[in-house]
Design a protein around this ligand. Structure first.
Ligand code: CA
Length: 250
């Protein structure tokens, strides 16, 4: 049985994240609980009760630019029609690199190793807590997000240049000193110009899911960044507050 350990809900409004997750699980009760927890985190969730349905949903998303691709697959192993290991193997064979989190009642070492060998990224043994499940999902999404950031030597927006590999930033041609957290925040903003980020999403991306402080930390760092980047920090042109949601860049 799953232990019911739902993550704390956030009090401020949740943005619908662009992350789409496919949950492949044949046991309805478990499937519903997974969906509930993921939706509470603001993710968009699509479900499949068996391997074949999952495969056709994935192929549909691949071949259609009107449907966003999935950012993560949560995959049970014991499934009707096409089992989880075979589905995983097939996707990797087809060159699909979407992160896969395997859920399984099988706890033996060989199953775990086999799951990872066929190309899964992580493995969670039932029963598990919802808190741990969400933390694993976040970690996989975060890894993917950062690895998909453009590998350009410089991110440039108006008169700000950020050199990811050199951890260096210039504003209007002048070098500015940023703390590691300020740098990560700015890198994230510049990697996704005009995207609105909630404070919770920024905490997640920059501080990590284990961060225990509150979201005011984000506001404090934004203020510091504004002082270093903006011509007039009280009239920001780069780090814009989006009331009721969070922040965006530019
Ligand atoms: Ca099953």
């Amino acid at each position: 049985m799953l232990s019911v350990d739902l993550p704390q809900s956030n009090s401020s409004p949740q943005l619908s994240s662009t992350n789409r997750i496919l949950v492949v699980e044949d046991e309805e009760l478990i499937r519903q609980m997974l969906v509930l927890s993921l939706e509470e985190e603001g993710y968009e969730v699509v479900t499949a009760p068996d391997g074949r349905t999952a495969l056709s949903l994935l192929q549909e998303a691949e071949g259609n630019d009107k449907i966003f691709p999935f950012n993560l697959i949560v995959l049970d192993l014991m499934l009707p029609q096409l089992n989880g290991l075979d589905l995983c193997r097939l996707l990797r064979y087809q060159g699909n690199l979407v992160p896969i989190l395997i859920l399984s009642a099988k706890a033996s070492e060989t199953d775990r190793v086999l799951g990872l060998e066929v190309g899964a990224d992580d493995y969670l043994t039932k029963p598990f807590s919802m808190r741990e499940f969400i933390a694993r999902c976040r970690a996989l999404l975060r890894r993917q997000r950062f690895s998909s950031l453009p590998q350009t030597p410089v991110l440039q927006l108006r008169d700000i240049n950020l050199y990811p590999q050199e951890c260096r930033v210039t504003v209007r041609g002048e070098e500015v000193n940023l703390s590691p957290k300020e740098f990560k925040l700015l890198e994230l903003f510049m990697g996704y110009p005009r995207r609105v980020w909630s404070r919770e999403q920024l905490i997640d991306q920059v501080w990590g899911p284990d961060f225990l402080g509150d979201t005011k930390t984000v506001d404090v760092h934004i203020r510091w960044l504004r002082e270093k980047l903006e011509k007039d920090p009280s009239q920001p042109e780069y780090l814009i507050t989006v009331r009721g949601f969070g922040y965006r860049f530019g």
